[in-house]
Design a protein around this ligand. Structure first.
Ligand code: CAA
Length: 379
């Protein structure tokens, strides 16, 4: 196991999650940021680095009265915040800043103060994929999952099993949006959205935010909260068009990012006590388990259906209920990180007893990007 160089010393979500019509996206960022600063026992004056994806970083800095000497506005969709954590650790190690604020806010449901849709990556998509009838994540993600089902025999019931396992975690979490126990039959009876995805296999559309405060590991000991250490991290890009993936049954970006993060952390799969895999749709935990090397190709559907990622299972996964049941925004990676931090602090609603190593893995766009962070409760 490597000696960590950076630590998360503040972590918080917005006071409310779900439907928040009274707050703009910018206000969600600031609410989360102020909560994270309070959690760390710091004020905006202590911050000299800032990272965020939805808003221009200068808007957040201005609102909070921060003059940062290091800025990261990387925006590659859902895993952006996991990349920010990695970049912040590198910047601190390089001496570019000492204390970084990473903020997220998204008015996904209420659409208050949301800027124009950024179409950068979609330009090729609009030329080469849209004419074939796929538009937006629910239909775009059908392309790989249909190939996966044909190749490995994944059944609709196994896909529904992902949502069932995550609802079991959500039932233990008072802040989760969907908490009532569910069954494979109920998931398969929900409205068809884009085959094979039924409504309850799709992520929620909610409002909320989250923020993290990152500093050097050696400065983390005297903070208000128990530090959570970053042991290793990595990121990767593949191709921003899902139809051009090297292999539709496996994400190259997932494989590269996951491999390097675990290697840099100096941990093996057997060391991992807790796992968060970005689940915008029910197939993503299946790809994540396989591409990160926790199970062999084609085995994840059965692994989840057997309850091995659910409460009481050997690999507790998406323990907040995930994007399918807890809440979801277009950059859900922030909430996956928040849950990883809570688990490492020992304060999660559905706490995994004795968990010391958490892997948080995110997707960006339609498998075009990936980022992985290995967190530890020990420095
Ligand atoms: C990876 C990245 O980089 C970026 C990403 O994360 S990609 C993912 C981006 N996000 C998405 O694509 C969102 C996917 N989900 C959806 O589009 C929508 O949830 C959906 C189209 C599947 C269904 O939405 P809808 O048509 O509004 O649902 P509808 O059947 O009318 O029902 C509305 C009710 O169901 C709830 N609901 C909506 N979506 C739900 C879902 N996915 N699961 C459970 N309940 C849902 C609503 O809260 C609402 O309940 P109330 O009336 O109590 O408020």
């Amino acid at each position: 196991m490597r000696k960590p160089r950076a630590a998360i010393v503040g972590a918080a979500e917005t006071t409310q999650l779900g439907v928040i019509p009274g707050m703009s996206q910018l206000q969600l960022h600031c609410d989360a940021a102020l909560n994270a600063l309070a959690d760390a026992g710091l004020t905006p004056k202590d911050i000299d680095g800032i990272a965020c994806a939805e808003e221009m970083p200068w808007l957040i800095a201005h609102q909070l009265g921060i003059t940062p000497t290091w800025v990261d506005g990387t925006d590659v969709g859902g895993c952006s915040y996991i990349m920010h954590l990695s970049h912040a650790a590198a910047a601190i190690e390089a001496g570019l800043c000492t204390t970084v604020l990473i903020t997220h806010g998204e008015s996904g449901r209420s659409q208050v103060g949301v800027g124009p849709l950024d179409m950068k990556w979609t330009d090729m998509h609009r030329q080469f994929e849209l004419p074939f009838g796929v538009w937006g994540p629910p239909s775009l993600f059908t392309i790989p999952v249909l190939r996966y089902m044909k190749t490995y025999g994944l059944t609709e019931a196994q896909l529904a099993g992902v949502a069932v396992a995550q609802r079991q975690w959500a039932a233990l979490n008072p802040r989760a949006t969907l908490r009532a126990p569910t069954t494979v039959d109920e998931i398969l009876s929900s409205r068809m959205v884009a085959y094979p995805f039924r409504k309850l296999m799709c992520c929620l559309v909610t409002d909320g935010g989250g923020a993290l405060i990152v500093t050097a590991a050696e400065r983390a000991h005297d903070r208000a909260q128990r530090p959570v250490y970053l042991l290793g991290s990595a990121e990767a890009l593949e191709m921003p068009m899902i139809s051009q993936m090297e292999d539709l049954t496996s994400s190259k970006a997932f494989r590269v990012s996951g491999h390097h993060a675990l290697a840099r952390a100096g941990v093996t799969h057997a060391d991992v006590d807790h796992l968060m895999i970005y689940d915008a749709f029910a197939h993503l935990p299946i790809y994540g388990l396989e591409d990160l090397g926790f199970v062999k190709p084609g085995e994840a559907g059965a692994f989840i259906a057997e309850g091995r990622t659910a409460p009481g299972g050997e690999l507790p996964t998406n323990t907040n209920g995930g994007g399918l049941c807890y809440m979801h925004s277009g950059r859900y990676g922030m909430y996956a990180l928040q849950e990883g931090v809570r688990q490492m602090r020992g304060t999660a609603a559905a706490q995994v007893a004795g968990a010391e190593i958490s892997v948080v893995h995110g997707v960006g766009g339609m498998f075009g990007a990936a980022a992985t962070a290995v967190l530890s409760s020990n420095g």
